[in-house]
Design a protein around this ligand. Structure first.
Ligand code: PFF
Length: 517
């Protein structure tokens, strides 16, 4: 049978933008500053950079290489890629299911949160949230928008639902047009646009000075100090290390399968080492420089040290959707900057969510020979249904549950499996050679040692830590309130059904066909 031609990226810049687009997301601007503020401020950056060097960068290279390797055998997702790496093992392909499952689970809630940013960018322009003054009212505005309460701002979930539909449709449309015509084209416009928004916002926040003349200490410079002055005692707490490693995974989009899929559309001679590192650097600029200058600094200038601490404790969503709109109400051209803030989050969100949906599409195309357009239609229908619980039972712990399994646990598990497979089963020497095909950057030799020993051990330690420290509590729903338990249980049944469905799909795809690779 003549080989069907797989899709391909148009340019090198295109794939770098797409991978960086996947990495730069809501995590950079909301999750990162909150994690840093809660975990030792500047001291957080020590475990953060250690994790970047020992986990993030090696995993990025491993995934780019694995993806490109798998693409050569017409496999764009983990089941097929794992199978080609360890042909003798009949079960390894089933572990690859996590590489489609994890992204889908994140997609289910991520797209909904992304749609809030689109809604709020409209609200900023139309002055809709301008009527909410003070923390309490802005919180009520958010709650009513999400359908958690009814008040003068909203009396149903419909506005949120409409924005969800628009966001969902946009995501599906981008994927529908394919790797080059959809994802690459979109990222090439969205990425520069979001960087312009981010730089504008960072400059605005850093030049705020002291907004309240009566409190000259509450200024942006001290705000930076508040976030970055190290509390070195935090380094003794393993939770801080875990938080830093978790942030590296989430922000770089590694350990989940999406980069495998993106890289599978490269050809053998394309560089992966320099390109992977460029994507990492782009993400780190957006995270540390932009993400680290905007929200916490602004919150400090307006609410002072105690207020900023409280805001950081209240979590990433409150910071983004309650505190930031309040701040924008108090600066000149606030409507404009509010719009820019939410537009930036929205663009960052879409470039990430499309990457989450692509593995499922690639799986259908590669393993079932389904046409792209049909695959996208199937994905659209299935995901649309799966998104509903996150929307309608938002206050019931559904999103937290999806986030734990998809956005935390699966990342570490999958990263551990792929690293061991590549550096031990496939073998570090072959892996090293594979990485350096067409390489424009020679990776320092020390990484041979890091990838073989340090990264897997680091991953296994994190994995065991998760299992022992929170795994059992999580399984028995220790921290779930009794009235939420049925919803969390329902979510688990849904997750299990997706997992079993995917495993059966893999079984079915491999049945009958005697696959050589
Ligand atoms: N990296 C994205 C962020 O920082 O928001 C989130 C994400 C996207 C995680 C894609 C995982 C992924 F596969």
């Amino acid at each position: 049978m003549a080989a069907k031609k797989r899709q391909a990226w148009g340019t090198k810049l295109g794939i770098i933008m797409a991978v960086a687009g996947s990495a730069v997301g809501l995590g950079n601007f909301l999750r990162f500053p909150v994690q840093a503020a809660q975990n030792g401020g500047g001291a957080f950056m020590i475990p953060y950079f250690v994790s970047l060097l020992l986990l993030g960068i090696p995993l990025m290279w491993i995934e780019w290489s694995l993806g490109r390797y798998g693409g050569g055998f017409e496999h764009g997702t983990a089941p097929g890629i794992f199978h080609t790496l360890w042909e003798k093992n009949r079960f390894i392909k089933y572990f690859g299911v996590i590489g489609i499952f994890g992204p889908l689970v994140i997609f289910i809630y991520y797209t909904y949160i992304e749609s809030w940013t689109l809604a709020y960018s409209f609200f900023a322009l139309t002055g809709k949230y301008a009527g909410a003054t003070g923390q309490g009212q802005m919180q009520s505005f958010l709650n009513a928008f999400q359908g958690l309460e009814k008040n003068q701002f909203f009396d149903s979930l419909w506005i949120a639902y409409i924005f969800f539909l628009i966001t969902f449709f946009l995501n599906i449309t981008v994927i529908y047009y394919g790797i080059k015509g959809g994802i690459e084209r979109f990222c090439k416009i969205a990425m520069p646009a979001l960087f312009i928004c981010g730089i504008l916002l960072a400059v605005r926040v850093l030049t705020l000075g002291a907004p309240d003349p009566a409190k000259p200490d509450w200024n942006s410079l001290n705000g930076l100090g508040f976030l970055w002055n190290p509390d070195l005692s935090a380094l003794k707490d393993p939770k801080v290390w875990l938080a830093a490693a978790g942030q590296i995974f989430f922000t770089l989009s590694v350990g989940i399968g999406v980069i495998l899929t993106y890289a599978s559309y490269l050809s053998k001679g394309d560089d992966v080492t320099l390109s992977g590192l460029t994507a990492v650097s782009t993400n780190e600029f957006a995270e540390v420089i932009l993400g680290g200058s905007i929200v916490i600094t602004a919150a400090f200038s307006f609410f002072g040290p105690i207020g900023a601490q409280e805001v950081a404790k209240s979590g990433a969503f409150n910071l983004g959707f309650v505190t930031m709109p309040l701040i924008f109400q108090n600066i000149s051209f606030g409507a404009f900057f509010g719009f820019i803030w939410f537009l930036m989050l929205f663009l960052a969100g879409v470039t990430s969510s499309v990457s989450l949906a692509q593995p499922a599409v690639a799986f259908m195309e590669d393993e079932f020979d389904i046409s792209r357009k049909r695959a996208v239609s199937i994905l659209g229908i299935v995901c649309f249904i799966l998104c509903q619980p996150a929307i309608f039972f938002l206050g019931r712990g559904v999103v937290d549950e999806l986030d734990f399994w998809g956005g935390t646990f699966c990342l570490v598990l999958f990263a551990t499996i792929e690293t061991i497979l590549f550096t031990w089963i496939f073998g570090i020497d072959k892996a090293w050679e594979e990485m350096h095909h067409g390489a424009e950057l020679q990776i320092p030799k020390i990484y041979k040692f890091i990838m073989r020993y340090v990264t897997p051990v680091f991953l296994l330690v994190i994995l065991c830590w998760y299992l022992f420290s929170s795994g059992i509590d999580m399984l028995i729903m220790k921290n779930v309130s009794p009235e939420n338990k049925p919803f969390v249980l329902g979510t688990r049944i849904m997750l299990l059904a997706i997992l079993i469905g995917l495993a059966l799909a893999v079984k079915f795809a491999w049945r009958g066909k005697r696959r050589t690779k």
